[in-house]
Design a protein around this ligand. Structure first.
Ligand code: UD1
Length: 420
């Protein structure tokens, strides 16, 4: 198991290329189940969750090969319709195969994902949506079993705007007979990108990019090649890292439009930001201004940068408040940040952060993906040495974060350790 050993104090400077979006890629890969054939998915991030999804696809009979950032997928020989617990327990996004398998093969058996590090993560909307399209859903020995001879178009309203449920139900609706209207659909860029790939495959979808999706089911889809959109969360993490270290960096190959709310908040915090095509430059002098955020569905501030923003606010002048309206209990990073000297109070779904306290190096433990990012950010500004354990959480969703940070001047070593 790896840990990071980080010496704080370096200013980040230089250029960094942002990878393809983890959450984008995890939606595109299962979409290949909808049309047997071969696919080239470019700009695929080479990271652990993509490997897990590829293994899951392999267990269904697909062939997946990742060469650098190009994922080749062959779905001509699907022989199993079961997503076993060993994959789903590692990654909840495995649940994405439920919709496509039901739609294309009439049967899916997917292990029910349990809770996650920061609390319960229900899948009721995925199931209700599929039932509305005519799937028969049962729960058998910890598995969701979904059966349908032929799905039928229907109207479905998502009670909560859910990225995963929208992706799943959308992938099912494109092969259903007749028209489906999905309201309160998620409009996160990763879902819009999925819808665009489905259209390229021959699906008929109106309202892409809005919360009302109208889908006219088709009998067949065809395989395509597709490029994964840039990772807006990775991009935000680097911008925050530069802001915290009083650095100046340029991030490349991003879609600044996807980062509008984050850029606005960074500017409010005193960062000087310049957007030029697919590049964003951030420069920060002095301490950030204490700036509150409230996480919201897109185009609001993503919950996936809440932990990193909390780390940024530790370096601010004054107190600030971070409210998470998506996951009310996503604060596992807070006790670990406290080990570095942070003073943060959790009140309901809010973190109240006292800025300006001195942070000093300590050994801290990652509990989940974005929590580990926030610990690394805090370590970059802590005095002395910080060891961040359980880096496998980070490796799930960031492509070579350590190497990219080192190229920007950070002092980080990846070390094998027996401590777990
Ligand atoms: C996706 C992202 C994750 C991000 C989250 C919110 C992927 C692989 N993961 O997760 O990084 O943090 O969006 O932007 O894309 N909910 C229900 N019932 C359901 C489904 C969801 O009540 O059936 C609730 C959840 O508890 C949560 C909210 O809806 O409060 C949003 O969750 P959702 O958008 O579904 O998150 P994921 O798709 O799991």
């Amino acid at each position: 198991m790896d840990k990071f050993v980080i010496q704080g104090g370096a200013k980040l400077q230089g250029n960094v290329r942002i990878s393809g979006a983890k959450n984008g890629s995890l939606a595109l890969i299962p979409a290949t189940l909808l049309a047997p054939g071969t696919y080239r998915l470019t700009n695929t991030p080479n990271l652990r969750d993509v490997w897990t999804m590829s293994r899951l696809m392999g267990s269904l009979g697909a062939f997946c090969e990742l060469n650098g950032n190009e994922l080749f997928v062959d779905t001509r020989n699907i022989t199993s319709f079961e997503a076993p617990y060993e994959h789903v327990k590692k990654m909840r996004a495995s649940f994405y195969v439920l919709g496509p398998l039901t739609a294309r093969y009439g049967l899916a058996k997917v292990s029910l994902p349990g809770g996650c590090a920061w609390g319960p993560r229900p899948v009721d909307l995925h199931l209700k949506g599929l039932e509305k399209l005519g799937a028969e859903i049962s729960l058998e020995q910890g598995y969701v079993v979904s059966r349908a001879e032929k799905l039928k178009g229907a109207k479905f309203h998502f009670d909560i705007s859910s990225v995963g449920a929208t992706g799943n139900v959308l992938m099912a609706a494109v092969l259903a007979k007749g028209t489906s209207i999905l309201t309160n659909s998620a409009i996160e860029p990763e879902i819009t990108a999925l819808a665009r790939m489905l259209v390229k495959m021959g699906a008929k979808i109106d309202g892409i990019g809005t919360s009302i999706l109208e889908i006219e089911g088709v009998d067949d889809l065809k395989p395509v090649d597709e490029e994964t959109i840039p990772d807006r969360i990775e991009a935000a993490t680097f911008l925050i890292a530069a802001a915290m270290t009083n650095g100046k960096i340029e991030i490349e190959k991003v879609n600044p439009y996807h980062l509008t709310s984050v850029i606005a908040k960074l500017e409010e915090a005193g960062c000087i930001i310049d957007v030029n095509g697919d590049k964003i430059t951030l420069e920060m002098e002095g301490k950030p201004i204490a700036t509150d955020i409230i996480t919201q569905i897109y185009p609001g501030i993503p919950t996936d940068i809440q932990a990193q923003w909390t780390a940024l606010m530790l370096t601010a002048e004054g107190n600030s408040k971070v409210v998470d309206t998506i996951y009310s209990d996503r604060f596992k990073h807070v006790p670990e940040l406290a080990r570095l000297g942070a003073d943060i109070d959790i009140v309901d779904n809010s973190a109240i952060i006292q800025g300006g306290r001195k942070l000093s190096g300590a050994t801290v433990m990652s509990s989940d993906l974005r929590a580990s990012a926030s610990l690394i950010l805090a370590a970059l500004v802590a005095e002395g040495t910080t060891e961040v354990l359980r880096i496998y959480h980070l490796d799930r969703g960031y492509e070579e974060l350590d190497k990219k940070l080192i190229a920007l001047g950070a002092n980080i070593k990846r070390v094998k350790t027996d401590i777990i």
